[in-house]
Design a protein around this ligand. Structure first.
Ligand SMILES: Nc1nc2c(ncn2[C@@H]2O[C@H](COP(=O)(O)OP(=O)(O)OP(=O)(O)O)[C@@H](O)[C@H]2O)c(=O)[nH]1
Ligand SMILES: [Mg+2]
Length: 410
């Protein structure tokens, strides 16, 4: 049956009907919520930023806990990604939080390849998910998803502009992950400088074609806030593990000889905005964008690389058979090439062996000749020596006879 025939036979039309009584499928959203709550959620954050820029402190401040992170060393030969998983619970909601840190980022003299380790890590997580999806017995529901949902890019508070390393890294990452740029340690920069810095950063990002994550504006309940927050990016944040008493309340703050910076005071920094946007309003959108946009793109490229394609209308099994045949032909070609190379090598070796055999024969004949010549010379000398000995003996006898005759005459 052709596709058009199928379409004609399955010519569905949809009519809207009114129900005359309560059926009960309006409980579906509750069922979904209950199921999700029971399963728990996972959220994976990647912190990219130079050593000591305040990544760990920010994670502690964001989740109001102490993740016990150790500072990384400044002399690592390359960038290393370290992941830590935590089980968190708030009310009755469980969350598996995965925090990935970039150790040694920006510490090397040659920073050209700093982004590679990060891209590799993100791709490895996508690949693991794809492998799970392609399994015959899939267990996506129990699968420990480690795909990065959000990348907090910590910009050093220089007040000038983005560094080449920042631009290059964000450019390499923007199609793979939701980037949320933040200005770290924003308490070290003045209000006017901060304003200019933010504008400069956004200008540099757009002029380099870097796409950062935009808080979604399609849901009207959050559209207004999200749109306003998009205009305030990159968030200028301050992190702290210390608490200070302000009035009669203990608040997270950084205390200086001249005053106190309150982390959760919106006049002091954008920390609250970041927490609101990242955790409270858009966490699900970040998870969804990771799956529907970034992972989908990775999956498409990967499957195309493997030879699958939608455009030539081949089914999965046809593509597989085609690939298999191509592989077998390639193998046969390689085998034939190897066989020919082997024959040529054997012939070459045979020639070499024949040459050396000839050489050996020549050398053997030479040695044999040399040996006969020497033997002949030796026999000659032996013969001459024997003649000499005979002559000597004859002379000795003659001398002895002569002396006996002489004595007799006397
Ligand atoms: N002024 C200021 N200092 C901060 C801030 N956040 C963290 N720090 C300080 O910066 C130092 C480094 O902070 P960490 O959070 O360990 O930085 P990190 O980026 O995790 O460092 P590595 O893990 O070693 O790469 C600590 O002394 C923090 O107290 C901030 O917002 N403002
Ligand atoms: Mg750290």
């Amino acid at each position: 049956m052709s596709t058009t025939e199928v379409e004609r036979t399955l010519n569905h039309t949809t009519r809207t009907l009114n129900l005359t009584g309560h059926v009960g499928f309006d409980s579906l959203p509750d069922q979904l919520v209950n199921k999700s709550v029971a399963q728990g959620f996972c959220f994976n954050i990647l912190c990219v930023g130079e050593t000591g820029v305040g990544k760990s402190t920010m994670m502690d401040t964001l989740f109001n806990t102490n993740f016990d992170s150790t500072p990384s060393s400044h002399d690592l030969p390359g960038v290393k990604l370290k992941a830590h998983t935590y089980d968190l619970r708030e009310s009755n909601v469980r969350m598996k939080l995965n925090i990935v840190d970039t150790d040694g980022f920006g510490d090397q003299i040659n920073k050209e390849d700093s982004w590679k380790a990060i891209v590799e890590y993100i791709d490895t997580q996508f690949d693991a998910y794809l492998q799970e999806e392609l399994k015959i017995k899939r267990s996506i529901h129990n699968y420990q998803d480690r795909r990065i949902h959000s990348c907090l890019y910590f910009i050093a508070p220089t007040g000038h502009s983005l560094k080449a390393l920042d631009l290059l890294t964000m450019k390499k990452l923007d199609s793979k992950v939701n980037i949320i740029p933040v200005i770290a340690k924003a308490d070290t920069i003045t209000k006017t400088e901060l304003h200019k810095f933010k504008t400069k950063i956004m200008h540099e990002l757009s002029s380099n074609g870097i796409k950062i994550y935009q808080f979604p504006t399609d849901d009207e309940t959050v559209a207004e806030t999200n749109a306003a927050m998009n205009g305030l990016l990159p968030f200028a944040i301050v992190g702290s593990n210390d608490e200070v008493k302000i009035g009669n309340k203990m608040v997270k703050a950084r205390q200086y000889p001249w005053g106190t910076v309150q982390v959760e005071n919106e006049n002091h920094c954008d920390f609250v905005k970041l927490r609101e946007m990242l955790i409270r309003t858009n966490m699900e959108d970040l998870r969804e964008a990771t799956h529907k946009r970034h992972y989908e793109l990775y999956r498409r490229h990967k499957l195309e690389e493997m030879g699958f394609s939608d455009s030539d209308a081949k089914s999965l099994s046809e593509t597989y058979e085609l690939k298999r045949q191509q592989h077998v032909t390639d193998l046969q070609k390689k085998e034939e090439e190897m066989r020919q190379t082997f024959v040529i090598r054997v012939k070459e070796k045979e020639g070499e062996l024949k040459d050396s055999e000839k050489d050996l024969h020549v050398r053997f004949d030479g040695l044999k000749k040399q040996h006969t010549e020497e033997k002949r010379k030796l026999e000659d000398s032996k013969r001459r020596l024997e003649e000499d000995i005979n002559a000597f003996n004859q002379r000795k006898v003659a001398v002895a006879q002569a002396s006996t005759l002489g004595k007799k005459k006397k």
